[in-house]
Design a protein around this ligand. Structure first.
Ligand code: ZN
Length: 712
């Protein structure tokens, strides 16, 4: 059965339907056949693991046992101990819900949740599976040693016992005697196993574990057909075995073991197999199979690591490569975006400078207190000006908000004309406003106020809420329990407001409530990261992700109501982030006006910049020269960048741009012009209107941290 995300749900986040489950330790033992006790709820384990690695969510399962009661009975899921502290459980009649929060690397010490590493190490004479911590240490040691030459690595390996020489001698012997007691014990380098007549699944698995353990350590020998306690030679009777077939299947089993290389040599797992004759009173009785396992250059697994993630709405296993990469954080995983703000040295290839990170952290606090202050004695409305604007535009809104906020004692209600657009989603034209309530002793709530309710809107609003939750975790780096509960309202223009669908709101465990002001502020700082964070251009150059925070001016520029600010001149000095803003505005245009990349035009003077923007695939990008020579029938919106470099040599570009954007009388397009006024050549004709006519106008004065300052 493949686990899928349940799309028909009222939780605004990932919900995995795990089907039917048998809960309770006793109940599972009583089952007939009692296999279920040995085999835990594999489905649920995988779902929990996938959610931990994908930002959290909910698992729903139907309880099979009629009499199961969560108040009395244990859950008995046999989860790995490291998963403790991430789960909350709730029974709703016959439905069992497991709430899973996102994996916390700082607390757990490892970057991802794993059910079993399937990576073995040799401890004395036993093969032990490494837990995630041990596996991480082992992987790190291997990366260091992979830089050494094989000879150096061999020399560095310490040999503690002399069994290896005796084992080598045994491996080379031609003949053994039946029931001969070997002068050799199991050790770091030697393993005895009874000889199976056929390589059953169980024997193969045992061999795989043994080979993984030996190859990851210093190599060694496995003797099949020697009693592991008495050390007596037993062997396999010659009539019962086909030597070449058996050899093939052992080789095949070893060849198939998943490996991962840090080195460039990329050897395969090296083994040699010999059959030693076992004689009884002078006659050939059978064989002992001896396997010599060489020390492996890098990492050998007994099986693919058992770890899961959500992908394309399904619970999917990680491949060995994905697992190691994620463990080593060699690839930019989503979770790292947020850590960039906190931890200065994560990427081995490009450590972001400490100053950037601490500046960001300090600025986060400042921005949060400035834009989203939490009041200790009331509910603050932010931004206050937007709230007043909305109330004057929509009769009845103030009453609705007042009524809803009456029972709330402290917190903050954050208004937006569209949280969807703020999060990079398409605007719903039926929405008057959306407001996010962060309040004490409650979960965050996202209120959506509609002009007129339509059943189809529910999906949109759920999407906004779930996207916000996901972004708070991924981009915002919030590691606590978090959910967003969506509530919908229709604003009735004449009478009292109605609440069409508040009943759909789902109930979360109490641990999801925000308890203190500090708790609320932590969440709000994650929200600042979501709203102010952007990917720096340095990423394009170095292939690594660096996040930065918008300045206040940039944030306010991007918060402008595009319906009302169709035309704008934006003046900014070099380094004030004009091109970044131009890109972000175009993204916003797409979501607000629901248009396609071929309907938005970006014009600049120089080829390299044109190419850079063109690669973003969010608009059509051209140079001014090209713009003057062609028609643009499909274009509705135009963004002009670096206009100080423009000229009228090929014609009046400003007039042409204006004409294009204003040709739709019912809904004129956006025309924003970005320029560095200080660099405008006053003598040559740039084609821009005179300064006093460049209205409305905004200035970007602050400089963002420049690429060069971030790069090492
Ligand atoms: Zn290697």
């Amino acid at each position: 059965m493949s686990l899928k995300i349940d799309l028909e749900t009222n939780f605004a986040e990932f919900v995995i339907d795990a089907g039917e489950v048998i809960l309770g330790t006793q109940q599972r033992t009583d089952m007939n056949p009692p296999l279920l006790r040995v085999k835990p709820n594999e489905n649920i384990l995988q779902a929990v693991c996938a959610l931990l690695n994908s930002g959290g969510g909910v698992i729903k399962a139907k309880i099979k046992d009629e009499d199961y009661n969560h108040e009395i009975h244990e859950v008995g899921l046999d989860l790995p101990p490291v998963f403790e502290g991430y789960l909350d459980e709730m029974q709703q009649g016959k439905l069992f819900l497991i709430f899973v929060t996102s994996w916390n690397t700082d607390v757990s010490g490892v970057p991802l949740a794993t059910l079993c590493s399937n990576l073995y190490h040799r401890y004395r004479s036993s093969n032990n599976v490494m837990d995630s911590h041990k596996a991480l240490i082992f992987l790190k040691e291997k990366t260091d040693s992979s830089l050494l030459s094989p000879q150096e690595a061999q020399a560095g390996a310490h040999r503690e016992d002399d069994t290896e020489d005796s084992a080598a001698a045994l491996f080379d012997r031609e003949q053994l005697q039946y029931l001969e007691k070997l002068n050799l014990t199991e050790s770091m380098h030697v393993e005895f196993q009874m000889f199976p007549t056929a390589l059953s699944q169980c024997v193969k698995e045992r061999l795989a574990r043994c080979v993984s353990a030996l190859a990851n350590a210093e190599g060694g020998y496995v003797f099949l057909g020697v009693h592991d306690e008495t050390h007596q030679v037993i062997g396999c009777e010659k009539e019962k075995i086909n030597l070449s077939k058996f050899k093939n299947s052992v080789e095949c089993c070893i060849r198939k073991l998943p490996v991962y290389h840090f080195c460039t040599q990329r050897h395969t797992t090296q083994c040699s197999i010999r059959f030693l004759q076992v004689h009884d009173k002078g006659d050939l009785r059978g064989y002992v199979c001896a396997v010599k396992v060489e020390r492996f250059c890098c990492v050998v697994f007994a099986k693919v690591p058992n770890s899961w993630q959500l992908k394309a709405n399904k619970v999917k296993p990680l491949t060995t490569k994905q697992w190691v990469d994620w463990m080593m954080q060699a690839k930019p995983v989503r979770r790292r975006l947020s850590e960039m703000f906190l931890e200065p040295s994560l990427s081995p290839s490009m450590p972001p400078s400490r100053t950037v990170c601490t500046q960001n952290l300090e600025r986060l606090k400042v921005l949060q207190k400035h834009y989203f202050p939490v009041s200790s004695h009331r509910v603050a409305y932010a931004p206050e000006s937007l709230y007043q604007e909305l109330c004057s535009e929509h009769k009845g809104l103030r009453d609705l908000i007042d009524r809803e906020m009456r029972p709330v004692s402290r917190g903050i209600l954050i208004f937006s004309r569209s949280w969807a657009v703020d999060l990079g989603l398409k605007e719903n034209q039926g929405v008057i406003c959306e407001a996010l309530l962060i309040s004490q002793n409650n979960t965050p709530i996202l209120y959506t106020v509609f002009r007129k309710w339509d059943e189809r809107f529910k999906d949109d609003s759920m999407k906004v809420a779930s996207s916000l939750k996901q972004r708070l975790v991924d981009t915002g780096g919030y590691t606590g329990r978090v959910c967003i509960v969506p509530l919908f309202f229709q604003l009735n223009p004449v009478g009292t407001p109605v609440t069409p669908h508040s009943s759909v709101a789902q109930i979360y465990p109490e641990s999801y409530n925000l308890t203190t002001i500090q708790h609320m502020e932590t969440l709000l700082r994650s929200l600042v990261r979501v709203l102010f964070g952007f990917r720096s251009f340095v990423s394009e150059k170095l292939g690594s992700e660096t996040w930065n925070l918008l300045t206040d001016q940039q944030y306010e520029l991007l918060s402008k109501n595009l319906h009302e600010t169709r035309q704008l001149f934006v003046h900014g000095l070099p380094g004030s982030g004009k091109t970044t803003m131009a890109l972000k505005v175009m993204q916003k245009i797409r979501n607000v006006f629901h248009c396609e990349p071929h309907e938005i035009l970006y014009i600049c003077e120089k080829q390299p910049l044109k190419k850079f923007v063109s690669n973003k695939k969010i608009c059509k990008a051209v140079t001014r020269k090209y713009f003057m020579k062609h028609d643009f029938a499909e274009i509705q919106h135009i963004i002009v960048d670096e206009a100080q470099n423009f000229c009228t040599k090929d014609g009046d570009w400003y007039k042409k741009a204006k004409t294009i954007t204003q040709r739709r009388k019912d809904c004129p397009g956006v025309l924003w012009i970005f320029l560095d006024h200080s660099q405008t050549n006053q003598l040559s004709c740039s084609g821009l209107p005179v300064l006093s006519d460049q209205l409305p106008r905004e200035e970007l004065t602050g400089t963002v941290l420049h690429e060069e300052e971030i790069a090492p």
